[in-house]
Design a protein around this ligand. Structure first.
Ligand SMILES: [Zn+2]
Length: 438
């Protein structure tokens, strides 16, 4: 088994005791952490990574992403600016995803994975849409994750908006494929766009597959008020109750946003143990409202953090989550610890339900997902003080080295697993093609 030693590290273990080692070592064997301490026993021939006093933390997790969104950078759809969320979907996202071809799926994915590695993110739960090339699109993305070296939980955004039940077959096939492979690097959920573009027949088909495969769903819920009013008008029910009727709530399912959930829906999410993800930057950008993040947490909902395709920068997502709650509630006492806990702990707990291997702490037995930040603390970085350094120090720091599943993916900000220059050049070409077809 290959061994790797990280030495001279200021190790933020995030273990249950909050241990911080001012000068520590981490031994990695294969894809897992074998030992952590001030000094560990090193097998002969181990690869050495000298952290040179830098801050070493567990790899970050993005609990909701759309990698294809990376091709929206610098693009403005023609015509008048969208005035509301439905217009944003119709004028921008549903045209952009329709313009993706297999090459664009591949390169938009690579671009986002490069950014994830550069920002110390080692696991991504993605929600993909490319209706012009649905079948096989998840295999293309899987290849990019494996080449990059990151862990991914993938799904296809099933919707009736272009073709009825588009995505059901792709999700079903890919869930079965990853379950049969069973290596844990790439797993799958059953992707659904949002209830407003899903018929009862498609939800029934989804439920059948989820029962058969024991997979959960990954779906946007109540991102905008229009999703709730649509559900009430067409189905005489609120969103969570509608999904619950089809058996799509539960511990394996991941519900995104939930900004306009009422008390009864939040209670049902909590009672069923359904996971949720907050994406504050995206919500602010789309002007859809502010999630009742603290209420959901108080009700015991497992609530993580994502970027919803806006960026791949997870510390920024936590920082904005904390600031947005304070601004919205006009209360300077709230949301700092909660936002950090969502990023560091809740996202790891969500992953524990989506992947076979544990991650999120630098402790023996967990996945060797590690980010080494080029960061020299200018105030004491001791147990109990990490969160301030995270949101107001590491947030601006360069990531020097990223290790995932025991493999060094980037050293001195140079990516080793992918040819960054070549990918960026090809991505610019592919993006231009998408914009022309838009
Ligand atoms: Zn999303």
């Amino acid at each position: 088994m290959t061994a790797l030693l990280i030495k001279n590290a200021l190790v933020v273990t995030l273990d249950d005791a909050g241990t911080i080692l001012p000068k520590g070592e981490i031994l990695v064997e294969g894809s897992k952490i074998a030992a952590v301490g001030p000094s560990v026993k090193v097998p002969a021939g181990a690869q050495i990574v000298d952290a040179e006093g830098r801050v070493v933390v567990p790899g970050l997790i993005n609990a909701h992403h759309h990698l294809y969104s990376s091709f929206a950078r610098g693009f403005a759809p023609p015509g008048e600016p969208a005035r509301n969320f439905v217009e944003i979907l119709e004028r921008m996202w549903w045209k952009l995803d329709l313009a993706l071809d297999p090459e664009a799926v591949r390169y938009s994915s690579y671009v986002a994975l490069l950014e994830a590695i550069h920002t110390g993110c080692t696991t991504i739960i993605d929600h993909h849409a490319s209706p012009s090339c649905t079948d096989g699109s998840l295999d293309i993305m899987e290849e990019t994750f494996r080449q990059a070296g990151l862990s991914g939980c993938l799904c296809y955004e099933t919707s009736d908006r272009n073709v009825p039940a588009d995505g059901v077959a792709e999700n079903t096939r890919f869930i079965k494929k990853t379950q049969a492979a069973g290596d844990g690097q790439v797993t799958a959920l059953f992707g659904l766009h949002a209830q407003m573009t899903l018929s009862d027949a498609t939800l029934e088909a989804t439920a059948r597959v989820c029962t058969e495969t024991k997979a959960g769903v990954h779906i946007h819920v109540a991102e905008d008020l229009s999703d709730e009013t649509d559900c009430i008008a067409k189905h005489g029910s609120r969103i969570i109750q509608r999904l619950h009727q089809f058996g799509l709530t539960g511990k394996k399912s991941l519900f995104i946003h939930g900004i306009h959930l009422d008390e009864s829906e939040m209670d049902l999410v909590a009672e069923t143990g359904t996971m949720m993800v907050h994406n504050p930057e995206s919500n602010m950008n789309n002007a859809v409202g502010t999630q009742k993040m603290l209420t959901l947490l108080k009700k015991g909902v497992l609530l993580g953090l994502g970027t919803d395709g806006m960026t791949s920068h997870m510390i920024s997502a936590a920082r904005v989550a904390h600031l947005l709650q304070r601004a919205t509630l006009a209360d300077p006492r709230v949301a700092f610890v909660e936002a950090c806990d969502m990023l560091l702990n809740k996202n790891a707990q969500i992953c524990a339900r989506c992947f076979p291997e544990k991650r999120g702490q630098l402790v023996p037995g967990q996945l060797a997902d590690v980010a080494i930040f080029d960061y020299v603390p200018t105030t004491p970085l001791e147990p109990g003080r990490y969160l301030g350094h995270l949101l107001y120090g590491l947030n601006y720091a360069r990531v020097h080295t990223t290790i995932a599943r025991g493999q060094v993916l980037m050293r001195d900000s140079k990516i080793l697993t992918l040819d960054e220059q070549a990918i960026c050049a090809k991505a610019r070409e592919a993006a231009q093609g998408v914009w022309k077809r838009f």
